[in-house]
Design a protein around this ligand. Sequence first.
Ligand SMILES: Nc1ncnc2c1ncn2[C@@H]1O[C@H](COP(=O)(O)OP(=O)(O)OP(=O)(O)O)[C@@H](O)[C@H]1O
Ligand SMILES: [Mg+2]
Length: 343
Amino acid sequence: MASLLSVRDLKTSFFTREGEVQSVRGVSFTVEKGEMVGIVGESGSGKSVAAKSLIRLIQPPGKIVGGEVTLQGTDTLRLPEEELRKLRGNRVAMIFQDPMTSLNPVVKVGAQLTEVIRRHQKLGRKAARLRAIELLREVGIPSPEKRIDQYPHEFSGGMRQRVMIAMAISCRPELLIADEPTTALDVTIQAQILDLMKNLCDTTGTSVLLITHDLGVVAQVCTRVVVMYGGLVMEEGPVEAIFETPRHPYTQGLLRSIPKTGGGSREKLVPIEGTPPNLLDPPPGCPFMERCPHAMEKCLRLPPYYEAQPGHRSLCWLAEMPGSRDSGSAPQAADTKRKEGDS
Ligand SMILES: Nc1ncnc2c1ncn2[C@@H]1O[C@H](COP(=O)(O)OP(=O)(O)OP(=O)(O)O)[C@@H](O)[C@H]1O
Ligand SMILES: [Mg+2]
């Protein structure tokens, strides 16, 4: 069965005065219906640019320079502008880190929510208001009949993010793209918002693409993880595989740099030394080479993807070394599509 979202060899650059910043350099992944997929990676790895590219939210001097994005049969990169506008907010919704910048501070929450509802659904004022109350209740806002007539500043950060989620899901999108939706919130609220998204995913069948630099967040709710670095997917796999048998030294580094959730383990946290590559002039080989403890001459060339298990692949030469559990698995060229049928 075809995936809900299929991204193939996506490339997005910013044409600045200094030159072409190659933010996304050939990214491929899929999202299935009702699935929650995480995109993780350090700051600057290209997560947000990749996510925005999916619905062409890239502003000049940014430009999508290659690839294919298919959302249930719709080729979003080639869709006429008008149809694309309909798709945004209808079939695909996006929420961002700071809900204060997305909500209008001088308009009551209810008015903003009903406006979104009416933009996409043919509902009268009253019906839209009722629907708005129902949505606020659905996202766990207490006394929604009262809250609907309040202004954004009367809501806490967590409650504002709930409002944003209510807006995003008001049209029952097929895909919800959430870019660092909980980063600004404290840990308890963060967990509640993530649970809420997971529940929505389970009950409505909406798929979620969750972008975060926090692997703990991913472990909590995602089924699959895409690890990005230097504009490329370094590793992708089921969440258990990524946490238990990470293949890429970059993923291993990321895991060593986060506190273990629960368990009370006192393992020392080790940050990854060094800085990400300059995407104005990215190295032709592995972008992690400079920081990698296993770097070898071969890494000057970009490896192909190696599949450790179906659906678990990594972009690293180590996978073909003798002794690696991967050895013998069929390599795939870095710029070729994932094998059909491994979804
Ligand atoms: N408008 C722009 N002009 C030039 N370069 C840009 C622009 N927007 C993004 N970039 C570059 O693209 C690269 C990827 O940026 P992106 O915002 O996708 O990173 P990210 O992974 O989302 O990081 P973060 O975790 O900090 O949000 C960065 O090197 C960034 O400098
Ligand atoms: Mg970002």
